[in-house]
Unconditional design. Structure first.
Length: 131
């Protein structure tokens, strides 16, 4: 990822964290029956996204492996990981659209940073699922 996209992804991390955490919490609360598992999975999922938005691909991959183990242990369908990531992407995209409505060029650059971050997570997810 280019340096300017890394900086924008780091900005997303700062202003999107509360909304993304809420979306992650709600998603996993719906997906899991065990409340202890929900908290652990949601926290781990946020760690994945925090690393990804910080440009720490190795950390994102490592945290994704741990997340995969937690999801399996909670007997949640592995497809839920992709759905959970889509929920995060949707949340961030909605914020970008609303926040940068009057600045379409900046909105486009933030969107590119989000897309590149999400693409990196696809690679991390596939590696974690293969492990």
């Amino acid at each position: 990822m280019r340096r300017d996209h890394l900086l924008l992804a780091a900005d997303i991390l700062v202003w999107a964290e509360p909304m993304v955490r809420d979306r992650i919490d709600a998603f996993w609360a719906d997906a899991a029956r065990n409340s202890d598992a929900v908290r652990a999975i949601a926290d781990q999922h946020w760690r994945v996204w925090r690393c990804a938005l910080s440009g720490l691909s190795h950390g994102a991959a490592s945290n994704r492996r741990d997340l995969t183990l937690l999801v399996r242990a909670a007997s949640i369908a592995m497809d839920s990981l992709g759905d959970a990531d889509e929920a995060v992407i949707d949340e961030i995209a909605e914020v970008i659209v609303a926040r940068f409505r009057r600045s379409p060029l900046l909105a486009k650059e933030y969107t590119k940073a989000l897309v590149l971050t999400a693409a990196g997570l696809v690679v991390a997810r596939r590696a974690a699922e293969a492990a």
